[in-house]
Every structure is written in C-alpha cells, then in structure tokens.
Design a protein around this ligand. Structure first.
Ligand code: HEC
Length: 231
C-alpha cells in the first residue's frame, strides 16, 4: 500500500472507532452462518458465547427476561451487546466483560466463570463481538442467496458500523450501505465485490479488519451475478 493511502486508512480507522462508539448501529438478531466448517481460531457467538451466558447469567432471579437485574438482560445477542454494554474490539470498555473479569459477576454464591470461559468472551469481543454461527461440516449455500436472508445480515455484522445511515459520510468514505437502494449502487458498479474480495484497484473491506469468511464473499458474488435483486 502506498504511504499516503496507508496514512489515510489509519486515520480513517481512528475516526471510525470514534464514530462507531458514538452512534447506534443496527445489530443482527439472527446469527450469520459463515458457511465454513467451524474454525477453532474464530469465536462464534451462538456456538461458544451464548451457552456461557445462558448457563451462568440468564436464569431466574438474575439476568433473564423476567428479572433483568439492573436492566441487564443476558439472554440473546442483541440484549447481551446492548444491556451488557459490549464495545466491539474493546473488552476493557465492555461492562459485561469488566464485571466478569473482576469476578463481580456472577456474584456469590454462584461460581465465577473459569479462565477458559473468560478467554472465550474476551476473544469474541476482540474479534468484533459478531453474531456468528457455524456447523462442523460447513454449509456454504451459494444457490439460494437472497438480499434479506444473506446479504443484509453480512452488512449488519461487518459493514454498517462504518457504512450505516448516520455514519457513512464520516466513517465510511461516503459509501452508503444502509438500504437496498444504496447497496445496489456499489454492487452493480463492481466496488462491493472488488473491495470484499480484496481485488487490486479497490480498498480492502472491511477496512483494516480481517477478510470476510470465503463463503460470505462467494454469496455476495452470487447475489451480484444474479443482478443484485431485492429479494
Ligand atoms: C472500519 C470502518 C469500515 C468498515 C467496517 C467497512 N468499511 Fe468500507 N469503507 C470505509 C472507508 C473509510 C472507506 C473509504 C476508503 C477510501 O476511499 O480510501 C470505505 C470504502 C468502501 C467501498 C468503496 C471501495 C472502493 O475501492 O471504492 C466499499 C464498496 C465498501 N467500503 C464496502 C464495505 C463493505 C461491503 C464492508 C463490510 C464487509 C465494509 N465496507 C466495512 C470504512 C469501513
């Protein structure tokens, strides 16, 4: 990468982290299946993180839907991230993680989490606190790809923190990905696929973060090849 571009990207990333923290972002309610076999270096919210919260926090008298002690409800992805004040990439600024690491939660007489469980939660936040799932064999479906079922959840998980309606002008290089009509433009002119596939001549996306899982890139391609329909 050229020096100037690198500097620009670094500065953008700093700006982005700032904006990502000050604006509300649409959170994906349903987990995104990476389509790849489960990878031991990735923490999958649905497979790895949710079971810990379910077993240790989201029960009666504590943080389930009925009780939600102090407004904290730790039973679904959206509730954990919002009421647990989870800040993607920043475990140290994430309230739920702080409480857990200082052994304040779960409180006595309940068992504190094990080091292994704490590590999983830390790694999940460091990897962006995404809502992902996987299956042992992988299941990359590139045949039945739809905007609402596949593309939108990918954008919600990995792109809208910078390209959402209220942030894209500052944090997303003026590229708006917040609605179908907006996404269609870079989809049809080649920028969407070029950037996520890290083709030459495009800026690599997601900016300064790891590449999307292969299956998601293939699904984006399949959807664009089909004419980027609003389905
Ligand atoms: C951390 C913030 C951030 C994230 C996350 C992010 N982008 Fe970007 N994106 C940017 C910025 C900043 C630019 C402008 C870069 C430039 O012009 O140098 C950009 C530019 C783009 C462009 C134009 C690229 C080009 O070469 O013209 C596309 C398309 C794009 N992003 C798509 C995406 C998609 C799809 C995702 C999710 C998979 C994503 N972005 C995630 C910040 C981000």
């Amino acid at each position: 990468m050229k020096k100037k571009l690198f500097l620009f990207c670094s500065l953008s990333a700093i700006a982005v982290l700032f904006f990502a923290c000050t604006h509300d972002v649409a959170l994906p309610e349903d987990p995104v299946d990476t389509g790849e076999p489960c990878d031991s270096s990735i923490v999958y919210f649905e497979n790895d993180v949710l079971p810990i919260f379910e077993a240790h926090c989201a029960f009666g008298g504590c943080h389930d839907a009925q009780t939600s002690e102090e407004g904290v409800q730790l039973d679904t992805y959206v509730n954990i991230v919002t009421t647990g004040k989870v800040k993607p990439f920043k475990p140290g600024n994430s309230e739920a993680y702080e409480q857990i690491i200082e052994n304040k939660m779960p409180p006595s007489p309940y068992e504190p989490l094990t080091d292994g469980q704490k590590n999983i939660i830390e790694k999940w936040i460091l990897q962006g606190a995404k809502n992902l799932t996987c299956t042992a064999s992988g299941s990359c479906d590139t045949i039945n790809v739809t905007y609402s079922g596949n593309i939108l959840p990918i954008l919600n998980n990995s792109c809208l923190s910078c390209h959402g309606a209220s942030v894209y002008q500052d944090a997303g290089g003026d590229v708006n990905l917040s609605s179908y009509d907006a996404v269609k433009v870079p989809a049809l002119d080649g920028r969407l696929y070029g950037s996520v596939n890290h083709d030459q001549d495009f800026v690599d996306m997601p900016l300064n973060l790891s590449k999307l899982p292969n299956c998601q890139i293939k699904q984006i391609k399949a959807w664009i090849d089909a004419g980027a329909p609003n389905n």
